[in-house]
Design a binder for this molecule. Structure first.
Ligand code: SF4
Length: 504
């Protein structure tokens, strides 16, 4: 039975970051809330984690790896070492700064920055597009400033204004006006106030919630961070909005208004947990609709399908939708090895392809003689898709159709997703039919952009669709994408995004 199939972690996209913040008005310790808030959101960042609390003074602990791997004794120790009724947490996958172990430790968040007597702590999710410009500006005021990662740019920018004006709202407003990119931020001031804000396009999610007695309030990248703590979801922070926690509820200030909103569409297909809410819908409901859309958009192909399988876990809900619409059997023959959480670091380079085998198991005899529809969230580079198709054929599948919920990725992301260049994206170079030939599938069927938009319940004007339409919501990202594309088409070798190759 046990032939294996694998989803290669080198191929698959990594999440950018997850943030969590809590404040207890009865002055009870918030560390447990922060700990569970991160555990519920560890899918957003596997490389490092961090906790920071405030009880009149700031206390912090940061480490590498997943939160569930923290030993019980360590947690018990931290409960004592991280006292305070206000706290922040952060899980990170790096999309800015170095990726060696030393850099990862150094860049683990939350970060605490100080300038003179002014201090501020922040957790940040996103990616800054005009980093070099902001770095130069900061260096002008803090000559010894050394850029390591994007969160520093936000915290330093806040410090600059706070020192000058002493007012949080005007400091945040200047961040929103001068920094281009995605930033969803939770923070603590030196007075112990919990605050949170989003960039004017609202590219990454961030929501607020309360305990039933309203004595504890929290901010979280995803609603699951509230759920796991038994907190009630209150509202999603608006793009360009600053919220501060008070005993009377969150105080909301719309600091910057932007005509366009741009929540990352990829959150729906891949990043966010299916049981989180985005917009007015649960993500799993949207993914089910993605699956139904694939059935509606490709009736002739689905007619030829005998069984549907899904790549766990992001393909599962869409596979259910496809099954529901077409009546074709959803064979749940692909399962994740539950306790395999490691990334590929223990593997030799030549084992690259077999890393999928260590994550996902597919029951081979179910495939024999069948026309198989494989439902997955995306194709980025195509390497492992090729391996998956090859293995399914070896298992005896007659035909392999790939149904992909996220439309063809044709451009890089500038807002915190690990897709840096045109060259690495198979979808930027080839059409679906060519991709099918390259990966050895009978067909590759992508959900249409219109179908995706409709399923989210939002409009085109409320979503970022940059990587699938090459129309980016922010001006500098658009300019960089156009320049990168021109260079790519002229055959220049890409070594990263233009602004990352440029020195900070
Ligand atoms: S470019 Fe793509 S991945 Fe990046 S924020 Fe926009 S939709 Fe999301």
């Amino acid at each position: 039975m046990a032939n294996f199939i694998v989803k290669n972690m080198l191929e698959h996209l990594k999440e950018a970051c997850g943030v969590f913040g809590a404040l207890d008005f009865e002055h009870r310790p918030v560390f447990p809330y922060v700990y569970w808030g991160l555990r519920g959101q560890n899918h957003r960042g596997h490389q490092s984690h961090g906790f920071l609390t405030f009880d009149g003074r700031f206390h912090a602990h940061r480490g590498l790896d997943l939160v569930p791997k923290i030993k019980r004794e360590a947690i018990q120790k931290w409960v004592r070492k991280l006292p305070g009724h206000v706290g922040l947490g952060h899980v990170r996958y790096t999309t800015s700064g170095g990726t060696d172990e030393q850099s990862l430790v150094k860049s683990a968040a939350p970060i605490l920055e100080r300038a003179g007597k002014t201090k501020i702590a922040i957790s940040f999710n996103g990616n800054i597009v005009n980093g070099p410009k902001i770095t130069r500006e900061i260096k002008g005021k803090f000559p010894s400033f050394q850029y390591n990662f994007d969160a520093q740019l936000i915290s330093r920018k806040l410090l600059l204004k706070l020192r000058k004006e002493g007012d949080l709202a005007s400091s945040v407003r200047s961040c929103m006006k001068e920094i281009e990119g995605a930033f969803s931020v939770a923070g603590i001031t030196q007075k112990g106030e919990l605050f949170a804000f989003k960039d004017p396009y609202g590219i990454r999610p961030l929501c607020c919630g309360y305990s039933e007695d309203r004595k504890t309030c929290a901010v979280s990248s995803e609603t699951v961070g509230l759920d796991i703590n038994g907190l009630e979801f209150d509202f999603e922070i608006n793009p360009g909005e600053l919220v501060t926690a008070s005993e009377d509820g969150f105080v909301r200030e719309q600091l910057v208004r932007c005509e366009k909103r741009a929540l990352c569409a990829f959150e729906f297909a891949y990043f966010a947990r299916p049981d989180s809410m985005l917009g007015d819908k649960f993500v799993y409901e949207v993914r089910e609709e993605f699956g139904r859309n694939l059935g509606r958009e490709y009736p002739e192909t689905t007619e030829d399908v005998d069984i549907i399988i899904s790549m766990p876990e992001t393909g599962n809900d869409a596979a259910f939708g496809l099954h529901e619409l077409t009546g074709k059997r959803w064979e749940r023959a692909s399962r994740r090895h539950r306790y395999v959480t490691e990334r590929a670091f223990i593997l030799l380079p030549e084992e690259r392809y077999t890393t999928i085998d260590r994550k996902i198991n597919i029951i081979d005899h179910k495939m024999v003689g069948k026309n198989v529809a494989v439902v997955d969230d995306s194709i980025v580079r195509g390497d492992t898709t090729k391996v998956v198709v090859k293995k399914l054929r070896k298992m005896g599948a007659k035909k392999v159709y790939l149904f992909i919920t996220f439309p063809r990725i044709i451009g890089p992301c500038f807002y915190g997703v690990d897709m840096a260049t045109y060259g690495e994206l198979i979808g930027s170079r080839y059409e679906a039919e060519e991709i099918a030939k390259i990966v050895g599938a009978d067909a590759v069927k992508y959900q249409s952009v219109d179908g995706l938009v409709k399923a989210t319940g939002l409009s085109r004007n409320e979503l970022c669709l940059g990587c699938i339409t090459e129309k980016y919501p922010t001006p500098m990202a658009q300019k960089l994408a156009d320049e990168m594309k021109e260079r790519f088409e002229k055959g220049y070798k890409e070594t990263g995004r233009i602004y990352e190759v440029a020195t900070h």
